[in-house]
Design a protein around this ligand. Sequence first.
Ligand code: MG
Length: 298
Amino acid sequence: MSFFEIHDPVFGSYVMGNAPVKQLATGFDWVEGPVWFGDAGCLLFSDIPNNRILRWTPDSGITTYRAPSNYANGHTRDREGRLVSCEHGTRRVTRTELDGSITVIADSFQGKRLNSPNDVVVKSDGSIWFSDPHYGIKTNYEGYASEQELPCNLYRVDAVSGEMTAVVTDGNCPNGLAFSPDESKLYMADTGRMFSDDPQHIRVFDVIGDGLSGGEVFHTIDPGCADGIRVDTDGNLWSSAADGVHCIAPDGRLLGKILVPELVSNICFGGRAKHELYITATTSVYRVTLNRVGAQRP
Ligand code: MG
């Protein structure tokens, strides 16, 4: 059995035929938001329904990083290496300072509460970009069922002024985010309203100053939809899907798949050379070593 499905010959050079898709840990309910801390040699990820952030290391396996986590979902690190987290339960985005204290980055817009921030990226200028779909307030499974006060927007928070702007307001349910390596483009997964006919696809925007333009459909994942996305140093997009992880060329073509036996929610690059892909997939975390390097920083 192969762990890979090759759709374009170049994908054969991105993977190694003898590198397994290895299950590192299992027994969770819905894992999301993987983020690699190379300085600590660990992976953090959310187990959302169980209201906790977990830590995995090669030597110690799984330990608890934070519980309760306010039903945290997506994470990233900012330019100073600090953890930035989306929290469903408190409907906010926070930063964990190096002394462990929590700073609230955003919890409202124009006087109304955010929905349930889902995923987040930080640009090289320190600005924080996050998606705010309603999944975490629709039921009590991944947060607290509550009234929706705002559309499902994509927001930018300025690093200096803290000013918050809605940069995408015409999405259905914005979800995973990734900048191209040169930050000239922003990819945004839109996973739509559950059990609806909403389009589910990845859109691509041109980054113009502090805003975005364009927004055409870049790629439609099949089967499933793009939840979490990451980019490698050559600008290939790696996306979660129902059957694993799909690799998409900068021109939008599917190059190949990493097959994973559970529905994948999100991914991140990590390891010594950012050459390992960590995969959160429903009840388990997997890892596969690639002949690729993640573009995410730091
Ligand atoms: Mg997500």
